[in-house]
Design a protein around this ligand. Structure first.
Ligand code: UDP
Ligand code: MN
Length: 443
């Protein structure tokens, strides 16, 4: 009997011992495959631009994309991917609710609705920032937020985070500029939800689409605070975000300051800390981030050191209201979106101001995904870039045209007012900017 039992047991053990792990591997592999397929689905409807090498320049006559200004430097992508994988299990990326909403808003509509109007975000500041104390008599701020067809909850979260995390005596008002949105929920429903902020919020509705550049000017013209603070309509500010900005502007009215932009993932909506960076660009006038090395923060202020920045990423910054008017606001001949950030950055540096990023002020921003093919936007970026080139680059405009020869003969409207402004302000040549602010921009 024993002679039969032992070989039988051995046989059973062999069968199960080999097949169970094999079966497990098979099931696991299948699961991972399905999971990966799911996580890739958004890439099939949107071009996930960060997967492309950033410096690849196409030959087309259009200013090359990606039109995403707040992306993080590449080093952070593994982290971003990981969080994306973690959350994506809960999602059915092929549901029409997700796809339609993602195409419409550029961010995860389902999660945004679940998060609603308020949430807490992690405090991403370096611990050294906690030691900073700010006076109680800082100037007041008018926060200007323009929006065009934004996701309703993301807009509300922007508003609530500002209200919740800003000491009320520093907040003169929030000015919301609706740039002719046509989404239903941004009409009466928004009016209804803003009732709660009555007295603190001014809502301006443009009668025609102006683009974000003129919309910001419209908002600024209605502001009463000492300092203008511009935000996008899909931001969440962090703890003590405003005080460092106000303090810097109070010390020097010609100092323009940006918070460090944390990333809110467009798919997971997770709030992720960013490394310390400075804003830069290339000769195509594409914005990019440059890492700041730790030795650059070796001084007495350590990781709280303000970072001198050749450029700002987009429209998240604070500026003395009178100084904004004095240096010529924005170029109102620019359309829709794009290049206004670089134009303002050059103008600040070349005309006697300074631009810094303050690592102790943190604001989260959703880098929304845009559809690739947007001829109107491409046209505006080209038009706006040409205006910048002709007003500010002097002989270095050839560097731009060397890379965009087709744009040399393209019309860019009348720039005489802006050229006049440059003269009136006694601005320095672009050569000075290259020598003193951005020597890394090599020809
Ligand atoms: N925006 C606007 N009008 C436009 C385009 C954009 O008011 O024609 C708003 C938009 O809703 C957002 C802000 O301007 O709140 C900045 O736009 P976006 O987030 O697309 O730019 P980026 O993040 O790339 O700077
Ligand atoms: Mn934005």
């Amino acid at each position: 009997m024993r002679g039969i039992i032992i070989p039988s047991l051995l046989y059973v053990f062999l069968i199960f011992g080999i097949w169970t792990p094999l079966l497990y591997i098979l099931i696991y592999h299948n699961h991972v495959n399905n999971f990966e397929k799911k996580t890739q689905e958004p890439a099939s409807i949107w071009s996930l631009e960060r997967n492309l090498p950033r410096q690849v320049i196409h030959d087309s006559e259009q200013i090359p994309g990606p039109y995403v200004r707040y992306e993080r430097p590449d080093e952070d992508e593994t982290k971003e991917e990981k969080s994306f994988l973690k959350m994506s299990k809960d999602f059915n990326y092929s549901s029409s609710e997700f796809i339609d909403g993602f195409l419409k808003y550029g961010l995860n509509p389902i999660l945004s609705k679940i998060l609603g109007s308020e949430r807490e975000v992690p405090d991403t500041r370096n611990k050294k920032c906690f030691q900073n104390h700010y006076p109680t008599n800082l100037p007041t701020a008018s926060v200007v937020i323009c929006f065009h067809n934004e996701e309703f909850n993301a807009l509300l979260r922007t508003m609530f985070s500002v209200i919740n995390l800003t000491p009320h005596h520093f907040l003169e008002e929030i000015i919301l500029v609706d740039d002719m949105s046509n989404f239903d929920d941004l009409k009466e429903k928004l009016d209804y939800h803003l009732e709660i902020f009555r007295g603190k919020v001014k809502l301006i509705r443009n009668k025609k689409r102006e683009g974000l550049i003129r919309s910001r000017m419209i908002g600024a013209s209605r502001a009463a605070g000492d300092v203008l603070v511009f935000l996008d309509s899909h931001c969440e500010v962090n703890k003590v975000w405003l005080e460092p900005l106000l303090q810097a502007v109070a010390k020097d009215p010609k100092m323009v300051v940006c918070p460090l932009i944390d990333v809110i993932d467009s798919i997971t909506l997770e709030y992720q800390p960013s490394p310390v960076v400075r804003g830069a660009f290339n000769w195509y006038l594409q914005f990019k981030w440059d890492r700041v090395f730790s030795y650059e923060m070796d001084g007495p202020e350590g990781p709280t050191t303000p970072i001198r920045s050749p450029a700002m990423a987009g429209g998240i910054f604070a500026i003395n209201r009178h100084y904004f008017n004095e240096i010529g606001q924005y170029d109102k001949g620019m359309n829709l979106w794009g290049a206004e950030n670089l134009e303002l950055s050059l103008r600040i540096w070349m005309c006697g101001g300074q631009l810094f990023i303050l690592p102790c002020s943190r604001v989260g921003h959703v880098s929304k995904r845009r559809p690739q093919n947007q001829p109107e936007l491409t046209k505006a970026v080209m038009h706006n870039s040409l205006r910048l080139v002709h007003v500010w680059l002097d002989e270095y405009k050839e560097q731009f045209f060397l890379r965009r020869p087709g744009l040399k003969s393209v019309a860019y409207g009348n720039i005489s007012e802006r050229a006049e402004l440059r003269k009136r302000l006694g601005c320095r040549p672009f050569q000075w900017y290259l020598d003193n602010v951005f020597p890394e921009l090599e020809t």
